[in-house]
Design a protein around this ligand. Structure first.
Ligand code: PEP
Length: 254
């Protein structure tokens, strides 16, 4: 696929896979994608599986991501994961502001922005998620919601930090529901996101930011979605839990 930006396909395993299961899945993905160098491929297991999966993907073309990050460093923050703990395991990416964390852990844009700044300060690349609910789409306020989340979640980042941040547009109504946004619906919001980035940091920065689409991406719809000019990758939930379906998505992105 001839794209303006290098595609990035990430698998978000959420709260799935024991350590042993994660090892088995990464082993299969690594075997099946060993020849793929055209796109960035990231796997994001649960924290408990990061150490072992990290060992497995050394010297492979897979990259490791985590599903959250503390807004602080080491210290008396029970249950939190500091950036240094992830860096030690060669984690490169952290998913932040996923709609499930916004919904169930009540994460705000301001908290996401603090976490994103902490990620950048520690050489981790945040994958910042935004997206509207079905009620918001039906009320015709998708752009308003997405713009608010973007401005809030990127607040305080420098233009250089924004440029290397990965964004993920994930309409909440398409996550885990089997309902995918049409490629045109997705492209429209991605183009809008780029317009907001232009207003925040100018054309040059906006042109470089990679924006993933997420929401029931599978092998059969990946090519069309990823063929859109402003869609620069996919954040994949359900279909990343099996090597066959994740590998198919990656292969259909080339
Ligand atoms: C996600 O949760 O990031 C996601 C896109 O999930 P799914 O692919 O299952 O819709």
């Amino acid at each position: 696929m001839d794209k303006a930006r290098r595609l990035i396909i990430a698998g978000n395993w959420k709260s799935n896979k024991t350590n042993a299961e994660a090892i088995a899945l990464v082993t299969e993905i690594k075997r099946d994608l060993h020849a793929v160098t055209e796109v960035d491929v990231v796997v994001c297991p649960a924290f408990t599986a990061l150490a072992e999966t990290s060992k497995l993907i050394v010297e492979s073309n897979l990259r490791l991501g985590a599903q959250n990050l503390s807004e602080t460093g080491y210290g008396a923050f029970t249950g939190e994961i500091a950036p240094g703990m992830l860096r030690e395991l060669s984690v490169r990416y952290v998913i932040l502001g996923h709609s499930e964390r916004r919904q169930f852990q009540k994460e705000s844009d301001a908290l996401v922005a603090k976490k994103a700044a902490n990620a950048h300060a520690n050489s981790l690349i945040p994958i910042v998620c935004v997206g509207e609910t079905l009620a918001e789409r039906e009320a015709g306020i998708t752009e308003q919601v997405v713009e608010g989340q973007l401005r809030g979640s990127l607040a305080g980042l420098t233009p250089e930090q924004v440029e290397t941040t990965v964004l993920a547009y994930e309409p909440v109504w398409a996550i885990g529901t089997g309902k995918t946004a049409s490629s045109q619906q997705a492209q429209d919001v991605h183009a809008f996101i780029r317009k907001v980035l232009v207003s925040l940091h100018g054309e040059a920065v906006a042109r470089r930011v990679r924006i993933q689409y997420g929401g029931s991406v599978k092998g059969s719809n990946a090519r069309e979605l990823l063929g859109q000019p402003d869609i620069d990758g996919a954040l994949v939930g359900g279909a990343s839990l099996e090597a066959k379906s994740f590998v198919e998505i990656v292969k259909n992105s080339i």
